[in-house]
Design a protein around this ligand. Structure first.
Ligand SMILES: Cc1cc2nc3c(=O)[nH]c(=O)nc-3n(C[C@H](O)[C@H](O)[C@H](O)COP(=O)(O)OP(=O)(O)OC[C@H]3O[C@@H](n4cnc5c(N)ncnc54)[C@H](O)[C@@H]3O)c2cc1C
Length: 436
């Protein structure tokens, strides 16, 4: 639509102002501290820390310090720009958490509880950072550890554990998200290796990953196989997905594989069907279940400080009963989430955890966290929509977590299949005569 002269004048005068930098947030809003100075941890009301052993407690503190000191001051800027802070990787490497529960090959061999606590502490300050680590560690590294050959473990794991190299994990395709087991990317056997053809979507870290774990359908057996593809392999093209509303620091990519040659030595011998990816997903879902817990803890901490600092009607916001009830509801959710997450780890450690247990944990914590962050968003009023005060960012970051590693619905159906014995993924309406 053509604009009038008056509109043109208005646009021009707006343009003349748009180059001005915004007022520093602590000058623009002096009444409350932004999340670049991270609030003290205040959500451990039932003294969950007592359930942790000394190593787990120490790791928790170490991760907390690094995240508050190194990541909190810069996260809003990088989130807003949707860029990855590469200079933070060496600081994360000092924590020795990549590789999580994997023993040997330069990996830390943590208990699953320690690994989970570390995930939560990272997510408390920045969910994108925790997704970066999860994709690298709990998906890609774990696939190599569980399904790789001895030579592959030796070759790849120790540099990944030090973050000298970064990995991604490519299962999802444009046409196959929840229905990932139907994926269409093909792997055709040729002399000395395999040729991969197809497309992947949403793959975290893929725009800069050195090592890409790619799942494809073997054209001879029709089963899913796994491959290690190296950055820069001819025929591999990765482009960044722009305009995300959550986890903006994570670089998600669209991948095109056009006759990508993978030598025999880089085929993962332990991936012979889709069931083999489920083994990895069950463990990584325990880790993902801890992301909503960490996010909720950070939001609670932020609200707890903010409500005491910000005054309206002559009193701190914390003095109003309605605000107090919201704060307590958030706190209650966090206590329950921590106990569910902790029990999940103990079931895993005692060898009793099923896929249904892990799925329930991931689905339920993300549901409770959705309520928690939305209460937090209300409590901060206008600042509840500003990334500088954490809560808006956390609110947005939770949405992709609700959806990835199996949506809330798909994870609920995994658990439901276990307790009812009936799988409900495919609609009954899809009979032969259906025209759906
Ligand atoms: C930020 C982000 C990071 C990601 N990172 C990775 C990664 O690193 N690697 C990777 O491989 N993938 C990754 N994914 C992909 C992710 O796992 C998928 O988005 C997810 O599995 C859902 O698939 P979809 O988006 O295609 O949704 P769809 O499958 O199209 O689902 C849309 C809706 O329909 C519902 N639905 C679908 N099927 C059923 C059913 N049978 N019954 C009831 N409801 C159903 C879903 O619950 C959802 O609400 C990432 C996604 C995001 C958003």
């Amino acid at each position: 639509m053509a604009s009038s002269n008056q509109d043109d004048h208005h646009m021009a005068s707006m343009g003349s102002h748009s180059g001005l930098p915004p007022l520093n947030i602590s000058v623009a809003f002096p009444q409350a501290t932004p999340a670049s100075v991270f609030p003290p941890s205040s959500s451990d009301y039932y003294q969950f820390d007592d359930l942790l052993n000394p190593e787990e407690q120490a790791l928790r503190k170490r991760v907390r310090v690094v995240m508050e000191k190194e990541v909190a001051p810069i996260m809003a800027v990088y989130w807003e720009k949707a860029e990855f802070p590469f200079h933070v990787i060496p600081k994360l490497a000092t924590l020795s958490i990549a590789g999580g529960t994997i023993k040997g090959y330069g990996c830390p061999g943590l208990s699953i509880t320690a690994s989970a606590i570390a995930t939560a502490e990272v997510a408390r300050v920045d969910a994108s950072c925790s997704t970066f680590i999860l994709v690298h560690s709990s998906l890609a590294m774990l696939t190599i550890a569980l399904c790789g050959s001895e030579a592959q473990k030796v070759k790849y794991l120790s540099s990944l554990a030090k973050f000298d190299t970064v990995a991604c994990w490519a299962l999802t395709e444009p046409d196959y998200g929840s229905d990932a087991s139907s994926l269409r990317t093909t792997a055709t056997k040729v002399s000395g290796g395999w040729v991969l053809d197809g497309q992947k979507r949403w793959i975290g870290n893929s725009t800069f990953a050195d090592v890409l774990i790619v799942f494809a359908r073997n054209t001879s057996t029709n089963q899913i196989n796994g491959f290690i593809v190296k950055k820069g392999t001819p025929g591999l093209r990765v482009t960044k997905i722009e305009n995300k509303i959550g986890l903006r620091i994570v670089q998600n990519g669209d991948i095109i594989l056009n006759k990508v040659f993978v030598p025999d030595e880089d085929r993962l011998p332990g991936v012979n069907s889709f069931q083999d990816t489920s083994k990895v997903l069950a463990v990584s879902r325990v880790m993902v279940a801890w992301q909503p817990i960490g996010i909720s803890m950070g939001v609670f901490d932020m609200c707890n400080r903010y409500l005491k600092e910000r005054k309206q009607f002559g009193a701190p916001l914390a003095a109003f009963q309605i605000n107090q009830e919201k704060l307590v509801r958030m706190l209650g959710n966090i206590q329950a989430m921590l106990l569910v997450g902790w029990r999940l780890c103990k079931l895993y450690e005692s060898g009793k955890m099923t896929a249904g247990h892990a799925s329930l944990g991931k689905a339920w914590t993300s549901l409770k966290a959705r309520e928690t962050v939305s209460l937090g968003r209300e409590l901060l009023g206008g600042n509840g929509i500003l990334a500088d005060f954490l809560v808006a960012k956390a609110f947005c970051d939770l949405e992709p977590i609700f959806t990835y590693e199996g949506t809330y619905d798909i994870n609920s159906m995994v658990t439901a299949r276990e307790i009812t014995g009936i799988a409900s993924f495919k609609p009954a309406v899809l009979g032969r005569s259906s025209r759906l």
